[in-house]
Design a binder for this molecule. Structure first.
Ligand code: RIB
Ligand code: CA
Length: 312
């Protein structure tokens, strides 16, 4: 399966990247595109390049994309992820190169030159790059096989306003473009990601693997745990972004329902809300496979088994 990973690393984006990079037999990573989100673009692109070095994946190309949302001012989340975006490990200036091409142009060129229905987009940050590609080159939309993204919330409520999840809140206009694009959409919202908690046992299970990659993952997750366990009084932080890649690898771990999901882009009070028509009370198009359940143990078994593939 050919994929483009679009991300804003962020510790949970890092785990998602490591999971994908440990699965070369199943996932062909055409490229990693980065966007402003958890931290500004200069850091998300650097962090993605650090991950490629941790994963020893010199072959993976990293592109920098949009440094601000389509319309709104950038909102970042250092309060969750730390100033580097990947607190929990020593960051440095990586040798892994940043490609010169803008991520939006890379997405356009790659999809345009591909066989129709062969590329899956996997966004785990604000959807600015994906939306800008679709606006700049509408012809590529029909060629996209599917989109599996992390974003939104229904029963769980918002995590950055009472009614909005961060990725959608940062760029609601971009989210509207993507949710209305007409291609198969699978959406991992907080309703499912809040079921996969990085408990200390699970972090120690990862740390026990002993490789540099596993130790880096455990270090980042230990930091990542701090904010959300205090906020939710939970046993661990929700491991949001890797749910996307886990779905690509083992969709049977998840349960979803095809329904309409629309994005609030008018009201400042509910800006970025994902209005999920779970009970089909409207006749709006059922544009999203809304994921609401996961086998959390199975998810972590998959994650640990793939992280175990890394050796020093
Ligand atoms: O709300 C969680 C999402 O926002 C995750 O993708 C996290 O990395 C941040 O981008
Ligand atoms: Ca993210």
């Amino acid at each position: 399966m050919n994929i483009i990973l679009d991300c804003d690393p962020g510790q949970d984006d890092v785990i998602s990247l490591l999971l994908a990079m440990a699965s070369p037999g199943e996932l062909e990573i055409l490229g990693v595109t980065t966007v402003a989100g958890n931290v500004p673009l200069a850091l998300t692109q650097r962090n993605a390049r650090i991950v490629c070095e941790i994963a020893q994946r010199k072959d993976v190309k990293v592109y920098a994309g949009c440094e601000r949302p389509m319309l709104r001012k950038l909102v970042t989340a250092e309060y969750v992820h730390g100033d580097t975006g990947i607190n929990g490990i020593e960051v440095y200036d990586p040798c892994h190169p940043l490609e010169a091409q803008h991520a939006v142009d890379y997405i356009i060129e790659t999809i345009r030159s591909s066989e129709p229905g062969t590329i899956t987009l996997v966004p785990t940050g604000p959807l600015t790059n994906i939306a800008m590609a679709f606006v700049k080159a509408p012809d590529i939309v029909a060629k996209v096989k599917s989109i599996v993204l992390m974003g939104g919330a229904m029963r769980e409520g918002g995590n950055c306003t009472p009614s909005a999840e961060f990725n959608i809140f940062v760029d609601p206009q971009a989210a509207q473009v993507v949710f209305e694009c007409g291609r198969p959409l699978t959406v991992m919202g907080l309703d499912v990601t809040h079921q996969v908690l990085c408990t200390s046992d699970r972090i120690e299970r990862i740390r026990g693997l002993g490789s540099k990659a596993a130790l880096a993952a455990a270090g980042m997750l230990s930091f990542f745990d701090q904010h959300d366990t205090a906020k939710y009084q939970s046993a661990g932080a929700p491991l949001h972004d890797p749910c996307t890649v886990a779905y690509l690898l083992q969709p049977g771990l998840f349960e979803g329902r095809q329904c309409n999901v629309s994005i609030e882009t008018q009201s400042e009070l509910t800006m970025g809300n994902t209005a999920v028509d779970y009970w089909h009370v409207t006749d709006k198009p059922r544009n999203v496979n809304w994921i609401f359940a996961v086998d959390a143990e199975g998810f972590f078994d998959l994650l640990v088994s793939r992280l175990a593939r890394y050796s020093d």
